[in-house]
Design a protein around this ligand. Structure first.
Ligand code: NDP
Ligand code: DGY
Length: 328
């Protein structure tokens, strides 16, 4: 007599680095279906793909809500996201259903901190504007008053959210001659001493900093945190940098602050929505540098993220310890 073998099904919502796929195929414990594209899976395909799945490997651009969880059904044991951020997932619903979640902290910290420093320098020293002037023939001669910006030496830097990435940013900025490093968040950090970080109320950070760097998680408390009131407290010469999530910023208020000269300039790696429409007002401003969410985008980091998310997924399927399980 033939007994039906129970197949462990996994759905992956995008083409991901080979390193991750190799781990899953070599493990030989699950049947993988992949949305084999660099573009996001259409919602209907996501709902179809996840049906009956035991494991889901998703990205930060996939909204994992009740509808997706319902479509997956009771087989679902594990969701592994190829990101450290988890604001795209309905955590309460996931918890209710006893589904385990894997994510990718630490392995992308250095790459994201590097990108944050690059964006800060590019914004403050007006690099994109300079490059355009060279190409357009706007570079007529060396001019004492042309394309001046702001330097880190002797400055006060304020980091909102001195977590893994915030701390890595602070470590990298200190050697530029930063005089004072302020930070804010829900709790003071014991490792802040390493960067001589001073825990201050948000208002103090905002009004005293020459550079405000946002590296907190997106939560109901941080959503829209950087609004009109926030920008009004900043110095007119201050530089605003966000590499956390777009929704931490009220973009209409940021546009007003930048266009009115309330603040000097802004560099954003994250926006709402993503991609930012090409006719968005922020893109008309010379003092706003927008990048397409590339904080963790180094070849090696993305490969390691894929490995980690595959190993998290396997552990979730097999009921063993995950290398990086999100405890919530
Ligand atoms: P951590 O969990 O280590 O740090 C998150 C920080 O957010 C903590 O320091 C926490 O402070 C702070 N935070 C939480 N709530 C608040 C609040 N109400 N006010 C101020 N700060 C708050 O995460 P990571 O450093 O690893 O990652 C941070 C975020 O960076 C991710 O959630 C993700 O959104 C984003 N990210 C963006 C990338 C990009 O490509 N641009 C790449 C990777 C991550 P406390 O401990 O005091 O609560
Ligand atoms: C994350 O991991 O949350 C980033 O936004 C992308 O690496």
């Amino acid at each position: 007599m033939h007994t039906a073998q129970k197949i462990t099904k996994v759905f992956i919502t995008r083409r991901i680095p080979q390193e991750g796929l190799k781990i899953l195929s070599q493990a030989g414990v699950c049947k993988v279906s992949l949305w084999d594209s660099d573009e996001p899976v259409p919602r209907a395909e996501l709902l179809k793909g996840v049906a009956g799945a035991h494991g889901l490997l998703c990205l930060l651009s996939d909204k994992i809500d009740t509808e997706v969880l319902d479509a997956a059904g009771p087989n679902l044991k594990v969701i592994s996201t190829l990101s450290v951020g988890f604001d795209h997932m309905a955590m309460d619903e996931i918890k209710k259903r006893g589904v385990r979640v894997g994510y990718t902290p630490d392995v992308l910290t250095d790459a994201t901190a590097e990108l944050t420093v690059a964006l800060l320098l590019a914004t403050a020293r007006r690099l994109p504007e300079g490059v355009v002037e060279v190409i357009n023939g706007g570079w007529s001669t060396w001019k004492p008053l042309w394309l001046c910006g702001y330097g880190l030496s002797g400055s006060t830097v304020g980091v909102i959210g001195l977590g893994r990435i915030g701390m890595a940013i602070a470590r990298r900025l200190k050697p530029f001659g930063v005089k004072k490093l302020l930070y804010s968040g829900r709790t003071a950090k014991s490792n802040a001493a390493e960067v001589e970080g001073e825990y201050v109320p948000l208002d103090t950070l905002v009004s005293e900093s020459d550079f405000v760097v946002v590296s907190c998680a997106l939560t109901p408390d941080t959503q829209g945190l950087c609004n009109k009131d926030f920008f009004c407290k900043m110095k007119n010469t201050a530089v605003f940098i966000n590499t956390s999530r777009g929704a931490v910023v009220n973009q209409e208020d940021l546009y007003q602050a930048l266009s009115s000269g309330q603040i000097a300039c802004a560099g954003l790696d994250v926006t709402t929505p993503e991609p930012l429409p090409t006719d968005h007002p922020l893109l008309t401003l010379k003092n706003c540098v927008v990048l397409p969410h590339i904080g963790s985008a180094t070849y090696s980091t993305r490969g390691i993220m894929a490995e980690l998310s595959a190993n998290n997924l396997l552990a979730g399927l097999q009921g063993t310890d995950m290398p990086s399980e999100l405890k919530f």
